[in-house]
Ligand binder design. Sequence first.
Ligand SMILES: [Zn+2]
Length: 116
Amino acid sequence: MHPATHPTTKRMITERLRKEWMTWPKKFAAIQRQAERMTLPNGRQKTLIRCAQCQNLFSRKDVQADHIIPVGPLASTNPGDVADFKQRLFCHVGNLQALCRDCHLSKTKMDKQIFH
Ligand SMILES: [Zn+2]
C-alpha cells in the first residue's frame, strides 16, 4: 500500500483535526444559542442547554455539538480531500446543534448507518 493512502495516516489526520474541533470557539457559540437561563428554587440562576432533539434541558457538560449534516469520513490523505473534510468539520454555524449525550449517540449511530 502506498504510504500516502495508509489508513494510519488518515486516522492521524482525522484525530488531529478532531482534537482541534474539541476547542473550536464557534462550536461553543453554536451550543450557546440553545442556552436558557433558569432560576432555581433557591433563587440562584443557572444556564441550561435545551437538546435540539428531545427538547429536555441539560447542564453544559451534558450536551455536545452535533453536525446536522454529518461530517463523514476523510476520503483520503490527498490535500483536496483533507481540505474538504476540514470544511465539513469546521462548518457553518447553521449546521451545528446542541444535543444531549444520548441523542448525540443515537444520531451518530444512525448517521454511520447511512454514510458507511
Ligand atoms: Zn436529547
